[in-house]
Design a protein around this ligand. Structure first.
Ligand SMILES: NC(=O)c1ccc[n+]([C@@H]2O[C@H](COP(=O)([O-])OP(=O)(O)OC[C@H]3O[C@@H](n4cnc5c(N)ncnc54)[C@H](OP(=O)(O)O)[C@@H]3O)[C@@H](O)[C@H]2O)c1
Length: 241
């Protein structure tokens, strides 16, 4: 196992949900954290919350689908923290509905955020990692990226694509000592589940995964000896009901 203390991490979609939980867990481990998000107030709030740990926290606003905005935000983060050791591509949105009902605009935007967003951010961060011959890239996928379900054609298409991107990049980057992995959760109780009506109201949220549970897994994976990694981690709730 390795210590994460003193490393730097950049988390996208860090203003709420899984991204926010990851920011807290990494800061607890002594990691300096860069927070990128669509709504500045949300990432600023998280940066404020992280003041309780003895780490630096820098926030920057960007919609990950906008390449220029991403480059500006990453420059801001690097000016505050230095180069990035750990990149967590977490920002993502859901667009649910039957195939014939989803609009072309919905399809395009979910693709722009969930796939092109990962491309924009990774392109901006990777050159430094290659130069230093070290780094971690964690892509937050979904079980919708390994199984299609009714009503998830657009979202599933993006998460299947993310698995393809992750595996190809992993094969290229392991020769540079950079670990690239996917985390593949089923339902996690966040605003995402509420906003996308993924719960029928009859379930007990306590039986489903929480953002903090997922963050524990990511931290433990990052602590593994740098000579190895888990390529894809599928996370299930034990007994959801
Ligand atoms: N929750 C689940 O059940 C579940 C299951 C499997 C996988 N996932 C994946 O986990 C990741 C995080 O989900 P979550 O549940 O934490 O969602 P969430 O609670 O909706 O939070 C998403 C965060 O991402 C940010 N974001 C969204 N679109 C963005 C964009 N275009 N550019 C920059 N930031 C953006 C949001 O910013 P704002 O603060 O501006 O809204 C928000 O802070 C996503 O990739 C999702 O697909 C979630």
């Amino acid at each position: 196992m390795q210590s994460l203390t003193g490393k730097t991490a950049l988390i996208t979609g860090a203003g709420r949900g899984i991204g926010r939980a990851l920011a807290h867990k990494l800061a607890e481990e002594g990691v300096h954290v860069g927070l990128v998000g669509r709504t500045s107030a949300n990432v600023e709030n998280v940066a404020e919350e992280l003041k309780r740990y003895e780490v630096k926290a820098v926030s920057a606003q960007a919609d990950v689908s906008d390449r220029d905005a991403v480059q500006a935000a990453i420059k801001q983060i690097k000016d505050g923290l230095g180069s990035v050791d750990i990149l967590i591509n977490n920002a993502g949105i859901g667009k649910y509905g039957r195939f014939m009902d989803l609009s072309e605009d919905d399809w395009r935007y979910v693709w722009e955020v969930n796939v092109m967003g990962v491309y924009h951010v990774t392109q901006a961060v990777l050159p430094d990692m290659i130069e230093r011959q070290a780094g971690d890239i964690v892509n937050i996928s979904s079980t919708s990226g390994v199984r299609g379900t009714e009503g998830s054609s657009a979202y599933s298409a993006t998460k299947f694509a993310l698995h393809g991107l992750t595996e190809s990049l992993m094969r290229e980057m392991r020769r540079e000592n950079i670990r690239v992995q996917a985390i593949t959760p089923s339902k996690v109780i966040t605003d995402f589940t509420a906003e996308n009506n993924l719960s029928d109201g009859s379930e007990d949220n306590e039986h489903f995964m929480q953002a903090e549970d997922l963050a524990d897994v990511v931290v433990s994976q990052l602590k593994l000896h740098p000579r190895m990694f888990v390529k894809n981690t599928e996370l299930w709730a034990t007994n959801p009901k």
